[in-house]
Ligand binder design. Structure first.
Ligand SMILES: Cc1cc2nc3c(=O)[nH]c(=O)nc-3n(C[C@H](O)[C@H](O)[C@H](O)COP(=O)(O)OP(=O)(O)OC[C@H]3O[C@@H](n4cnc5c(N)ncnc54)[C@H](O)[C@@H]3O)c2cc1C
Length: 403
């Protein structure tokens, strides 16, 4: 079997990009292809753990590892660089470390925060989208709690979470653990802390059955979280959110404001491709872009449809699907190099677990409902499995959550 030595360029070292790389390096030899991975940082971070960093239940380093630890440097060249432009017709990518040409391109540049045009949200609220933003949110809360001792300002102890979706709920779960610790550290009466979650939709967590949602809400309410559901946020300002409740605009005051309700694909997508909506491009069943069968778009920059025709909808963007897309892309690239037909992607949905802090959660796994400690354990298995798949048992042992 002989392959032409093609230039394969993978952009982004998140779940989708690293799965592509780890599977390519298993499938291909140095003679088959010249493989380059470009990622903004020298390390990979577990995006699905960022709410823990933001709440302060783990240090940010805990959910990161050097990319060079998982790259086979005999086969793959890793370049830490920021991609600044993709020129699809010239088969060239610009970065802050120079230009890179390719024969086959894999775009896996992940997600950004999306404020849906809510006035003042970008200026006044923290987000949880990468280690920097998660650390900033954490530092803001810590600074305000420390400040309360001299200010006596109740807003310093008020935390406002925009969005009661998956990320919002997981973040609230971590706060119920970290805030009592913070109160102890700064000798603050924990009953003075106010945690409020504002959700525009009347129902939270639509991916779970009602009884599991009730369990999550009751669990968080018992630990001091107040929910305002069916309450749209009109704007954000330096005092918190202006919301619409009972047909009236109300100001909810807080000095700790975190927006968790919206993500979109990387904005480089709009700048580089046609037909991109909210940073996501619809991909063909083999995960390439229409008209460019040498360009794959995977992970949060891709809209992967669950079928064909008018009723087809994109699958929700998650780490679970991002990893499967990475594996499939590596398979299709190997088939292409071997002059075989690419195969369509099929999503294997194994379920979802939403944590409520480190010791509780809710989940639907292989169609079965789970909650409580069982769900928390399953979440640790899922978190560790992602590392095991890319980095093997040693990395899973040192970075995973099972020990
Ligand atoms: C707090 C939180 C909790 C979540 N929990 C879950 C969960 O429990 N389960 C689940 O399935 N999903 C969860 N998600 C969603 C999940 O994290 C994303 O769907 C997943 O990270 C997408 O993978 P990706 O590879 O597309 O992007 P990412 O993992 O974001 O990776 C993108 C990579 O590209 C790099 N990059 C970005 N721009 C550039 C550039 N210009 N140049 C170079 N490199 C760049 C980034 O640094 C990053 O390394 C959660 C998300 C958040 C924020």
């Amino acid at each position: 079997m002989s392959f032409e030595r093609q230039k394969i360029l993978v952009l982004g070292g998140g779940y989708a990009g690293l799965q592509t790389i780890s599977n390519l390096q298993k499938k291909l030899s140095f003679q088959d292809a010249d493989i380059t991975l470009i990622n903004r940082d020298e390390y990979h971070y577990e995006s699905t753990w960022l709410h823990e960093t933001a709440a302060g239940t783990i240090d940010w380093e805990r959910g990161t590892y050097p990319i060079n630890k998982v790259v086979d440097t005999q086969k793959v060249k890793f370049v830490p660089a920021a991609v600044t432009a993709i020129h699809k017709d010239e088969q060239r990518v610009e970065t802050n470390q120079g230009d890179f040409e390719y024969d086959i391109l894999v775009v896996a540049l992940g997600f950004e925060s999306e404020s849906f045009g809510i006035d003042g949200m970008d200026e006044h609220a923290h987000t949880i989208v990468d280690p920097e933003t998660a650390i900033a949110a954490r530092q803001e809360i810590e600074k305000n709690f420390a400040n309360y001792r001299s200010s006596g300002d109740e807003k310093d102890l008020s935390i406002l979470v925009g969005g009661g979706g998956f990320t919002g709920v997981e973040f609230l779960g971590e706060l119920t653990v970290s805030i009592p610790e913070l109160c102890e550290r700064y000798a603050i009466d924990k009953n003075k802390v106010k945690i409020t979650c504002v959700e525009a939709m009347p129902n939270m967590l639509p991916m779970f059955p009602e009884n599991l949602v009730d369990y999550a809400v009751n669990y968080l309410e018992d630990r001091g979280v107040e929910f305002k559901v069916g309450t749209p946020i009109i704007s954000a300002n330096e005092d918190g959110f202006v919301v619409k409740a009972d047909d009236e605009e109300q100001q909810i005051e807080a000095n700790n404001v975190i927006w968790t309700a919206g993500v979109r694909g990387n904005s480089l997508m709009e700048a580089s491709f046609d037909g991109v909506k909210r940073g996501r491009i619809v991909v063909t069943p083999d995960l390439t872009i229409e008209g460019y069968d040498n360009i794959y778009a995977i992970g949060d920059v891709a809209a992967v449809m669950n079928g064909e025709g008018e009723d087809a909808r994109p699958y929700p963007t998650t780490a679970q699907i991002a990893m499967q897309l990475g594996q499939h892309t590596a398979k299709n690239i190997a088939l292409t190099l071997n002059k075989e037909r690419r195969v369509p992607f099929e999503y294997d949905d194994k379920g979802t677990v939403c944590s409520l802090g480190p010791n509780d959660g809710i989940g639907l796994v292989f169609g079965r409902e789970i909650k409580g400690r069982k769900a928390a354990f399953m979440k640790r298995v899922i978190d560790s499995r992602a590392i095991l798949q890319v980095g093997g048992p040693m990395l899973a042992y040192s970075k995973g959550k099972l020990l």
